[in-house]
Write a protein that binds this ligand. Structure first.
Ligand code: UTP
Length: 300
């Protein structure tokens, strides 16, 4: 029988160097997209996918993540005394959202190392991994899409995305074979090999691994068995490659749009697109953008 995926691990102990200076004293995962921190988008995605327990891997300077999902008595009292019921229920909704456990990664030794830190809390069961700087807009939550594959094959599943060749060296890249499984409409692959951050000319395909995974617990032994790789870090991609020797791994080209909000330009794009989709902010924001663009065109 295939075990149910009940837990999701959120590695959030990275240093966020691509977003300096904003991330010097602030957690990248707490940067706000429109009015919600990045990590809350991921937590809501997990919840809407039916995953009950969240495990956040934090590091130094990340206590605001815990505060965000905790109860804020003073704020609640103030909102209550002022009769601001809408805001009160929004604030309460965040702390009531879901069951969250925290583990610590004392040193940012890599994504694989961060996942390994969650081993005791995860136990011997399959789990999801969510990198919260990847924001995914989709009709069906991306984790749910991966779980549908997991529920069928009972194996690890990675979210894949086509990336232009000139950008491929920023990603883990797969060598994969398209599965003739009609249920997933030519989007399901069986992975043959993978490589972390290859040079464009060495990349085995244009299919990159992005920040959503369903993993079987054997990944923990694989992480323990590997040596530091690209950038001197314990890479999750290397552990997956190790596990591939005796376990199948699938990749799903998910349906939806992904923003790399851990990168400055990606963050700006996500901010604009999510703001434009908001019922309250979208119309006046679109009007504002039109005037800005018109001014720009006149000046140039
Ligand atoms: P990134 O590759 O985005 O690294 O990590 P980073 O350190 O956060 O950011 P840059 O590249 O320096 O700007 C992907 C995810 O893995 C987590 C990060 O917090 C992020 O969510 N991570 C990375 C850890 O938890 N620990 C690590 O040692 C490395």
């Amino acid at each position: 029988m295939i075990s149910k995926v009940r837990k999701a691990v959120f590695p959030a102990a990275g240093l966020g160097t691509r977003f300096l200076p904003a991330t010097k004293a602030q957690a990248k995962e707490m940067l706000s997209l429109v009015d919600k921190p990045l990590i809350q988008y991921g937590v809501e995605e997990a919840m809407h996918s039916g995953v009950q327990n969240i495990i956040i891997v934090t590091g130094r300077g990340k206590s605001s993540i815990e505060d965000h999902f905790d109860v804020s008595f003073e704020l609640e009292q103030l909102l209550e005394s002022k009769g601001k019921q809408d805001l009160l229920s929004m604030v309460r909704g965040i702390s009531d959202m879901i069951d969250i456990a925290y583990v610590r990664q004392k040193e940012a030794l890599g994504l694989g190392h961060a996942v390994l830190r969650a081993r005791e809390v995860v136990g011997h069961e399959p789990f999801a991994v969510v990198l919260s700087d990847d924001i995914i807009e989709s009709e069906i939550p991306c984790i749910r899409q991966l779980l549908d594959v997991y529920d069928f094959y009972g194996a690890s599943v990675l979210a894949l995305m086509e990336v232009p060749r000139d950008q491929i060296s920023a990603y883990g890249v797969v060598d994969a074979e398209l599965m003739a499984d009609k249920g997933f409409q030519n989007r399901l692959f069986r992975i043959r090999n993978m490589v972390e951050k290859p040079r464009a000319e060495d990349a085995p395909s244009n299919l990159a691994i992005i920040g959503r995974y369903i993993l079987i617990p054997e990944i923990f032994e694989a992480i323990e068995s590997i040596q530091p790789g690209s950038g001197g870090e314990i890479q999750l991609t290397d552990a997956l490659k190790y596990m591939l020797r005796n376990r199948p791994i699938y990749g799903l080209k998910f349906e939806g749009k992904r923003f790399d909000a851990g990168d400055k330009l990606g963050y700006l794009k996500a901010t604009v697109e999510l703001a434009l989709k908001r019922h309250d902010l979208g119309p006046p924001f679109a009007e504002y953008l039109r005037t800005v663009l018109a001014c720009g065109a006149r000046e140039s």
